[in-house]
Unconditional design. Structure first.
Length: 338
């Protein structure tokens, strides 16, 4: 109801014209209870402020959040902090942090990350008296995405940006309704006639291992993709390959790669590959006969579909290392972008 009121106010007062005119650049706003919104900007210690936007990097599955100073863009991250509220900051090339705030005429809100464990941080604009507002990315066409902090590792410190330790990356993701409490989803390719084809991990000895999507508590936006090998959950990643086909594989404890396959039957198997890349998102497909590509989805027991994607956060030669193997991207299930 609040979101609908907010959008109606935008349209009725013509405020959408004040939003970014480029459809690839979305504004970051904190939504107030009355439906109005406050711009989120990055502030220096002496009060100077700079714009913060979400950018569509050739796809709309996951948007990058960046601050802009003199036409140069800088990353926005959740910084490490011993307190329960983690600061959301823009980080300059020299490591200086600028605090994100939402400011109105009479009050201001510090943008912070609430962490309840797991891989998702809830980004809120917080006042000194504990009041908080939701933070959204808003397109010039009125679309809203949730702004979230995202972790990819189990470590408290996710990495460092210009020497500054961070806990999570800050991205905008499609809004989700209630997806249910089911912790385990199926991973399936969608075949040529719309049929579901099971996805397995195939080891070097011919062993076939189930591949699943796992939902964490308090996280309806990103599901972990794992292969179940001898009762243990093995990480699934986009691997590094010199060839034109880049396999998606489970990485076993000894470093062996068990490529993912869509198993139409015992003899007909289609490789799951990193089919194409658009910005920081890799589209993952099952490649069937005549090189025809089929979508790969995570499907909940109550019929909700998420897209399986490769996600890149660091933009380096490789994203990380599992069991001694470097990999190109994390493999996750995320909400479908429409």
């Amino acid at each position: 109801m609040r979101i609908q009121l907010f959008l109606s106010l935008l349209f009725s007062f013509g405020l959408l014209n004040a939003l970014a005119q480029n459809s690839d650049v979305w504004n970051i706003r904190a939504i107030q209870e009355n439906g109005n919104s406050l711009p989120v900007r990055a502030y220096t210690d002496d009060g100077k402020s700079y714009p913060v936007h979400a950018y569509v990097m050739k796809n709309n599955s996951m948007l990058d959040i960046r601050m802009t100073i003199k036409n140069k863009q800088y990353p926005v991250k959740v910084r490490t902090n011993p307190d329960s509220l983690k600061p959301v900051v823009g980080i300059l090339s020299d490591g200086t942090s600028l605090t994100l705030r939402a400011k109105g005429e009479k009050r201001q809100f510090r943008v912070s990350a609430l962490w309840e464990g797991g891989k998702i941080f809830h980004i809120k604009a917080m006042s000194d008296n504990g009041r908080y507002l939701g933070v959204k990315a808003i397109s010039n066409k009125g679309k809203l995405y949730d702004v979230k902090g995202i972790k990819m590792t189990e470590r408290e410190e996710e990495g460092r940006v210009s020497g500054t330790p961070i806990m999570a990356h800050v991205k905008a993701l499609p809004q989700m309704g209630f997806v249910g409490a089911f912790p385990k989803w199926s991973v399936l390719a969608i075949g040529p006639s719309g049929d579901f084809v099971p996805v397995i991990a195939l080891d070097s000895k011919g062993g076939k291992h189930q591949v699943v999507a796992l939902k964490e508590a308090n996280n309806d936006h990103i599901l972990n993709i794992k292969a179940i090998v001898k009762g243990e959950m093995m990480p699934v990643k986009v691997t590094i390959s010199e060839g034109t086909s880049i396999p998606v594989a489970a990485i076993l404890p000894d470093g062996e790669l068990a490529p993912l396959m869509a198993a139409a039957n015992d003899t007909l198997m289609w490789p799951i590959t990193a089919y194409s890349q658009m910005g920081n998102v890799i589209h993952i497909k099952a490649v069937g006969e005549n090189e025809k590509a089929y979508g790969v989805k995570a499907i909940s027991p109550n019929g909700i579909l998420f897209d399986i994607k490769g996600l890149i956060f660091l933009g380096q030669k490789f994203e990380g290392n599992e069991n001694g193997v470097n990999y190109k991207a994390h493999v996750k299930a995320i909400p479908q972008a429409h």
